[in-house]
Design a protein around this ligand. Structure first.
Ligand code: SAH
Ligand code: SF4
Length: 354
């Protein structure tokens, strides 16, 4: 029998509704779609044969017409504090990184949204070789499934998802929204929107689009500099969307969603960590529904920066706090294995090329 393909990528990228429609186009009952959805998300099946409620014929038809392959774990590194960094292989042989982090409240997973990144920030390992390709919603969601499989042995599961791994999520907008809706589904992983964070380098039009969806995720903006001259030096995207435009989009986002925005600010010694920068940042954010997260920079050998000393980080924090802005310092989890996000993938590509 020939099958008219429904092209959403792979079955892991499809909503329950789409799977049900697919079943009817294949001549199967609609409820088989629900069964498949629950099999994929609740049982984390690795092939259709694992779906024991299905007739063999349907399993075989789907194997032929809609084969799917889950992500493979290529490397797996655990640090003393319990952070696990995974290098995962995609079907086409590309790699992404996923990090599982322990917290007091449970576990979070840091998910990649692209292979590489097109934004070219001058301190980051992920963008060193540009953007190779977009991830599908299913490839992002599979990272959460893999994290859950890892935690299952301890009777745990992921409760927060940060889209903060390799890639710029708002440069892969539709797939990211689809991913968020997939992992939020009550018959799937049922992760609360409020426990999902989207981190962006500041793609202004898509910050506005995100606000328009009305999905109450947390927005994190990678700021890293309090003025345009410095920010453009660190983040080329600032040329297209300078601070006035970025701050106006963020202000509208907070008004519309009533959600506090997180500003990430990584500290580079003598570049953006001086007292005057802290004051300028305080003035920039004053009166905004904002939280500042100071990030110690993970050295990337290809980039010439140095991390700020801990004392300077604390001084920066207290100056920002004097402006009435809540400001924390990110815990350095998994430092000895982590290096910067994007580095595992980079080293793997170099190893393969050698
Ligand atoms: N592209 C998105 C999300 C992925 S990067 C963004 O830029 O927000 C996630 C965070 O890690 C960003 O705040 C980014 O600036 C930061 N980051 C990148 N390289 C880093 C490094 N070497 N050390 C510490 N943080 C880094
Ligand atoms: Fe891309 Fe984010 Fe790295 Fe910038 S910091 S290059 S936007 S992944």
């Amino acid at each position: 029998m020939t099958v008219s393909r429904v092209d959403y990528g792979d079955v892991l990228s499809m909503t329950e509704e789409e799977l049900s429609t697919l079943m009817t186009t294949l001549g199967a009952e609609r409820f088989r779609g629900q069964q498949l959805f629950q099999g994929l998300w609740r049982q984390a099946i690795r092939n259709y044969r694992d779906l024991s409620v299905w007739p063999r014929k349907l399993q075989e038809l789907m194997e032929r017409e809609y084969p799917f392959k889950r992500l493979g774990v290529v490397r797996h590194e655990t640090s003393a504090d319990g952070t696990v960094k995974l290098l995962l292989a995609l079907q086409d042989g590309q790699h992404v990184e996923t990090v599982v982090l322990p917290h007091r409240y449970g576990y979070s997973v840091c998910v990649s949204s692209q292979v590489g990144c097109a934004m070219g920030c001058t301190f980051c390992a992920s963008g060193l070789k540009g953007r190779v390709r977009q991830l599908t919603a299913g490839e992002m969601a599979d990272q959460v499934l893999v994290a859950n499989e890892l935690l299952a042995s301890q009777g745990q599961r992921v409760s927060r998802v940060d889209i903060m791994g390799i890639g710029e999520p708002l440069d892969n907008f539709d797939a990211v929204i689809r991913f968020i809706e997939l992992i939020h589904h009550p018959r799937g992983l049922y992760i609360s929107y409020r426990h999902i964070t989207v981190s962006t380098s500041g793609l202004v039009p898509n910050i506005r689009r995100l606000a328009e969806t009305g999905i109450p995720v947390t927005l994190a903006v990678s700021l890293h500099a309090p003025n345009d001259a410095l920010r453009t030096r660190l983040m080329p995207i600032n040329r297209a969307y300078p601070l006035t435009k970025l701050m106006s989009a963020v202000r509208d986002y907070t008004r519309r969603t009533r959600r506090r925005v997180t500003f990430e600010y990584l500290l580079l010694k003598d570049v953006n960590d001086r007292e005057e920068h802290a004051k300028e940042l305080g003035r920039l954010l004053q009166g905004l529904l904002a939280h500042v997260n100071l990030i110690p920079w993970n050295p990337v050998p290809e980039h010439p920066f140095r991390p700020s000393p801990a004392a300077d980080v604390r001084r920066f924090q207290s100056i920002v706090q004097e402006y009435g802005i809540s400001c924390t310092i990110r815990r350095e989890l998994g430092q000895e294995i982590e290096a910067a996000c994007g580095q595992l993938r980079l080293r793997e590509e170099e190893r393969v090329l050698r």
